[in-house]
Write a protein that binds this ligand. Sequence first.
Ligand SMILES: NC(=O)c1ccc[n+]([C@@H]2O[C@H](COP(=O)([O-])OP(=O)(O)OC[C@H]3O[C@@H](n4cnc5c(N)ncnc54)[C@H](OP(=O)(O)O)[C@@H]3O)[C@@H](O)[C@H]2O)c1
Length: 256
Amino acid sequence: MRLKDKVAIITGATSGIGRAGAILFAREGAKVVVVGRRKAAGEETVRRIKGMEGEAIFVKADVSKASEIKRMVDKTVQTYGKIDILFNNAGILPEASKKQLKDLSEEVWDQVMAVNVKGVFLTSKHVIPEMIKTGGGSIINTSSNVGHIAMKHRSVYVTSKGGVTLLTKAMALDYAPYNIRVNCVCPAVVETEMASAFLKTAREDEKLWGEMMSKIPLGRVGTPEDVAYAALFLASDESSWITGSSLMVDGGYTAQ
Ligand SMILES: NC(=O)c1ccc[n+]([C@@H]2O[C@H](COP(=O)([O-])OP(=O)(O)OC[C@H]3O[C@@H](n4cnc5c(N)ncnc54)[C@H](OP(=O)(O)O)[C@@H]3O)[C@@H](O)[C@H]2O)c1
């Protein structure tokens, strides 16, 4: 097992990529702390892990709220004694953010930055002291292909993911001396709740679907498991000489 005896916190594990990561990490031997705001969905992730003899707890927390993150980290240490892996995966792409910049409200700008960027900061800030105590760890942030290239009508989302890509590098430099590695996974379009409205529209519109597929050399959208496997590699000791990197999980989207 690739994560035997490790303790992993995964934010945004109530659905999509985070849930797939939680199930995969648990199957590889990790004790998993499932984090998100939706209690029933978080408990469902835990139920699936326990159903395969895995170990997990759900802790309800909003990544943009320092007090809730501090409580979640305390609960993790009380329950499992340490933290080896942090998968900072929670993120949002509200419909109201899909606009040209002049039409974007300040409120929506702040909301996206609070979850997608400040959330990574807050969770890392509270987890890193625990990793230092035990001699190191691995942090994986979920950025995006649009953390490297821009996209029309997505100014705040691409800004937030560009921020996550550079925050990954900054954290990697600061914490390499403590044996804490920090990397990010950069998915393109993945079949999850976040992308469901867009994918539904695209599937009903042959031209739009064709345009999207022309940008993905491997000719399909991603699955949550495609991204979870990339995160698993970065979480495991197999990647022990990799830090500050962006692993593109995008079917070749950013290769062209
Ligand atoms: N799907 C794609 O095409 C795609 C592409 C590139 C990158 N990504 C990134 O992948 C990550 C996961 O998204 P997904 O595609 O798996 O979509 P998803 O199914 O909508 O999952 C998003 C997760 O983030 C959690 N979350 C949102 N706001 C939160 C908050 N304030 N505090 C705690 N948790 C919060 C949600 O949980 P609760 O609602 O329970 O809080 C949910 O578990 C995101 O960072 C997203 O930006 C997705």
